[in-house]
Design a protein around this ligand. Structure first.
Ligand SMILES: [Zn+2]
Length: 426
C-alpha cells in the first residue's frame, strides 16, 4: 500500500536553520518531520512512498533521493503551480490505482497503520478519516458519525450559538480508495477537507471515521514546536501508538459526571456536576483514557429513543468541551431485565452481559482500545459500578452521588502532591 505525503505548500524560517526550508524539513529531535513519518511507516512495513513537493521541494528530494538510503522507495510529483492539498492527487490517478494513505508532511505522529487499514477494509470504505476528540471543539471543524462509524455530516466552524455535537475532529490523515480521485477536478486548485470530502459525501461515497487516541499534531505555531519536540524526546509520541496497551479510567455517567436526575431522558436535563470537567481534563493530560460506561434503561423503558440518547451524549460532550475536557469513548447498556410494563420495548427487556454490575461494557472497551486493565480504574457512585469494576479486573473507586468535586477529588487522589500520577510511568 502506497503512502502519499503532501509536502508542498509554504516554506518556513526557524531559528536553528538560517534559510527558508519546507515545513516538512523542520528538524524535530535532529531529524526532519517527514523523516519521522518515513521511519514510522517503514517500521510497519509500508515502504512505498509518493511525495508531492512544490516550492522548496528540491531540498526534500536532495535529502531523500530515491529513498534507498532509508530502506524505502520514493517517487516524486513536482507541483509546478500550487494545487492545494488535493489538486496534485487528481493528476496521479495512473499511479494511485489501489487504496493509499495520505499524510501531510508537517505532522508529528506515531500511529498503528495496519490497525487503520483493517478498519478501512472491514467497513469497505471509500475514504477513512483519522479522527479524535480535542480540547476546543467549540471552535473546531467537527465530524458527525453514526453508530457504525459512517460519517453523516461535516460541521464547519464557526458554529452557531447553542450548537450541540459530538466532540470528534478531523486530524488530517486519510486512507483513500482510487474512487475518491474521481471527485478532483484536473489541474484546478482544491483542498481535501473543503472540496473533495464534501463532494464524496454528496455522491454517496462511504466515508468512515476512525477514532483513536494516538498522538498526532501538525506543526502549527512556534510554541507547538517546543511541546512537540518534548513529546518526541520523552517518548510520549511513540508510547501512545495503539499497538501499546494503555490504562483507562472508566467513569459512570449519572451522579458522577452529570447531575443524577431520575431516568434522565431529555437533553435539557444534562448538566455537569461542578469539578467533573476539571477531573476529566486531568485524565486527558495523562496517559489514561477517559471512557464512560453507563446503564441507560431509558431505552428499554421506552422513555427515549437511541437518537434522543445520542443527543444527550452530544450535550454532555459539548458541555465538557466548553471546559476543555473530552471523553475518548462512551459505552451504554440500553437493556433492562424486568419486563411486564405496557410501554416498554420488549427487545431490550432482556438479561444482557453489558448492564453493570456485569463487566460487558468494560471488557468490550478493553478489546477495542487495547486497555491495560490491571492499571485501570472504575469510578462510580453505586455498588453496581464497584462490582462491575471488580468483575472486569480494574480497581473500583466509589464516590458520593451528585457531590461537587467528588470526581475531581477521586482523580487527584490518584496523583501525588506534585501532580504526578502515582501509578508507575504515567
Ligand atoms: Zn445491556
Amino acid at each position: 500500500m502506497k503512502t502519499v505525503i503532501i509536502a508542498g505548500g509554504q516554506g518556513t524560517r526557524i531559528a536553528s536553520v538560517n534559510s527558508e526550508i519546507p515545513k516538512a524539513m523542520i528538524p524535530i529531535c535532529g531529524k526532519p518531520i517527514i523523516e519521522h513519518e518515513v521511519e514510522m511507516a517503514k517500521r510497519q512495513g509500508f515502504t512505498d512512498f509518493l511525495f508531492i513537493i512544490g516550492y522548496l521541494g528540491d531540498q526534500i528530494e536532495a535529502y531523500f533521493g530515491d529513498g534507498s538510503r532509508f530502506g524505502v522507495h520514493i517517487d516524486y510529483f513536482h507541483e509546478t503551480q500550487p494545487l492545494g492539498t488535493a489538486g496534485a492527487l487528481g493528476l496521479l490517478r495512473d499511479q494511485l490505482t489501489e487504496d493509499f494513505f495520505v499524510f501531510y508532511g508537517d505532522t508529528i505522529m506515531d500511529i498503528d497503520m495496519q490497525r487503520m487499514v483493517d478498519y478501512h477494509k472491514a467497513k469497505q470504505a471509500d475514504a477513512t478519516l483519522f479522527l479524535h476528540p480535542n480540547d476546543h471543539p467549540y471552535d473546531s471543524d467537527l465530524v458527525d458519525l453514526d453508530a457504525e462509524g459512517r460519517i453523516r455530516a461535516f460541521y464547519h466552524k464557526p458554529h452557531p450559538e447553542g450548537f450541540v455535537a459530538h466532540n470528534i475532529v478531523n486530524a488530517a490523515l486519510f486512507i483513500f480508495a482510487p474512487s475518491v480521485l474521481e471527485h478532483i477536478e484536473l489541474g484546478v486548485k482544491c483542498h481535501i477537507e473543503k472540496h473533495v470530502l464534501p463532494r464524496c459525501m454528496e455522491a454517496g461515497k462511504a466515508l468512515y471515521g476512525y477514532v483513536t487516541a494516538e498522538y498526532i499534531k501538525d506543526m502549527g505555531t512556534p510554541e507547538r514546536y517546543y511541546s512537540v519536540s518534548e513529546d518526541v524526546e520523552k517518548g510520549k509520541v511513540a508510547r501512545l501508538n495503539a499497538c501499546h496497551k494503555r490504562p483507562a479510567i472508566f467513569l459512570d455517567r449519572d451522579g458522577v459526571i452529570n447531575k443524577e436526575v431520575n431516568l434522565l431522558n431529555k437533553e435539557e436535563q444534562m448538566e455537569l456536576i461542578p469539578g467533573a470537567a476539571e477531573a476529566i481534563r486531568l485524565i486527558n493530560k495523562s496517559d489514561y483514557l477517559a471512557i464512560v460506561v453507563t446503564n441507560q434503561p431509558v431505552i428499554a423503558r421506552n422513555l427515549c429513543t437511541f437518537e434522543e440518547l445520542d443527543r444527550i451524549h452530544m450535550k454532555m460532550e459539548t458541555l465538557l468541551g466548553q471546559e476543555h475536557a473530552y471523553i475518548n469513548a462512551l459505552y451504554f447498556c440500553p437493556h433492562h431485565p424486568d419486563s411486564g410494563y405496557p410501554e416498554e420495548r420488549k427487545e431490550y427487556k432482556i438479561k444482557c452481559d453489558c448492564r453493570k454490575p456485569a463487566p460487558g461494557m468494560l471488557l468490550r472497551a478493553a478489546e477495542e482500545w487495547n486497555i491495560d486493565m490491571a492499571k485501570s480504574y472504575m469510578i462510580g457512585d453505586s455498588d453496581r459500578d464497584v462490582q462491575a469494576g471488580i468483575n472486569a479486573g480494574v480497581k473500583p473507586i466509589l464516590i458520593e452521588t451528585n457531590k461537587e468535586n467528588a470526581l475531581l477529588d477521586a482523580v487527584k487522589e490518584l496523583m501525588d502532591e506534585s501532580g504526578k500520577w502515582k501509578a508507575e510511568r504515567l
